[in-house]
Write a protein that binds this ligand. Sequence first.
Ligand code: NAD
Length: 377
Amino acid sequence: MTHGDVLVHESWGQRAVFATGAARALLAEEVERLGRSRVLVVVAEGERELADRVTEGLPVVATFTGVRQHVPMEVAEEARRVHRDSRADVVVTVGGGSTTGTGKAVALTEGAPLIAVPTTYAGSEATPVWGITDEGRKTTGVDASVLPKSVVYDAALTTSLPPGLTTSSALNALAHCVDSWWAPRANPLSAALAAEGARQLVDALPAVRQDGADLRARQAMLLGSYVAAVAFAGAGSGMHHKICHALGGAFALDHAAMHAVVLPHVAGYNLPASADARRRLSSVFPGSADPFDALLSFYTSVEAPRSLAGLGLAEPDVERAAELAAEQIPSSNPRPAATSDVADLLWSAWRGEPARLIPVADPDLGEKEAGDTDDGH
Ligand code: NAD
């Protein structure tokens, strides 16, 4: 968190507008505000109808629909070619994190400003992090040019998310919050944002599961996921994201569901060593006797996905994933994590066992403050 007496928190400048049912008008305003007149729309085939609705009336010069998860290099290059050929001067993405990520790949090399209209809770729109997969290897980087200039959130665009995806995407956002408490650049600002994001998500998800068309709850989910991603952008990737990055890059597991499965296992590992994170998680579940038990009960109540085997991770790949992830665990982590620790955690997640608290052998570790070193994303 600090270097001596110095505290560092970096905020990333962008405009985010929230208004249910108003995406079309707000998007038009944002395009005009940026002074742009040639729009490239990036959208996955599945969200085409949503995109047609929100971009109606805009000066669209091309539409790219070849979005694929984890942004394969060939997809990035094709989207860039469409951008150049169409002489677009702004990129509008309508969709989940894979769509935003494809728009970021264009912005990275083509210098086009980006406007994001998110339709899941992945949160990519609030970070300057891009990712491209080439020959099975995912490369990520941080570049201010890929941060969308504007984000337009409209809860009406999220009612088509099926219950399973709604839940796993919300838990992906919750993971941004929890991991922010022990990530390399964790600080009191990112930690407070993370607690607020988690509170919104935990309050709203049960209501959305009960009624997927509850626009008030859907809007609270978007707010929560945005705040979560802003916290994550400030704090960087902690142990949870390093593990998921290794799993996602090498084994192409579904992003949101993988985050949902791994989160309670990392929480069970780190919470015993971080009084600060325990206190913050308690504030998300007021009235609960124990924040970890409360997290597990919440998981049960929302029927969260449980097993990495169920997501398609092959048994021989568990040890390999542990090795890849263990190399990346930041030194800010509240306790050390050897390959065997990560492997234990992943085996448990692979089998779909309930996560458990892993006691700390050295009681001094329990008082270590999160985020007292900085090793970037
Ligand atoms: P996704 O974008 O792949 O979407 C998942 C599925 O949901 C797709 O089939 C999509 O067509 C569908 N979908 C999207 N919106 C829908 C809607 N409103 N109704 C019905 N279906 C809808 O998945 P995701 O979880 O949103 O994003 C995952 C990707 O985002 C990963 O590649 C991940 O690396 C990236 N990501 C990046 C960052 C970052 O900071 N760079 C942060 C979070 C996620």
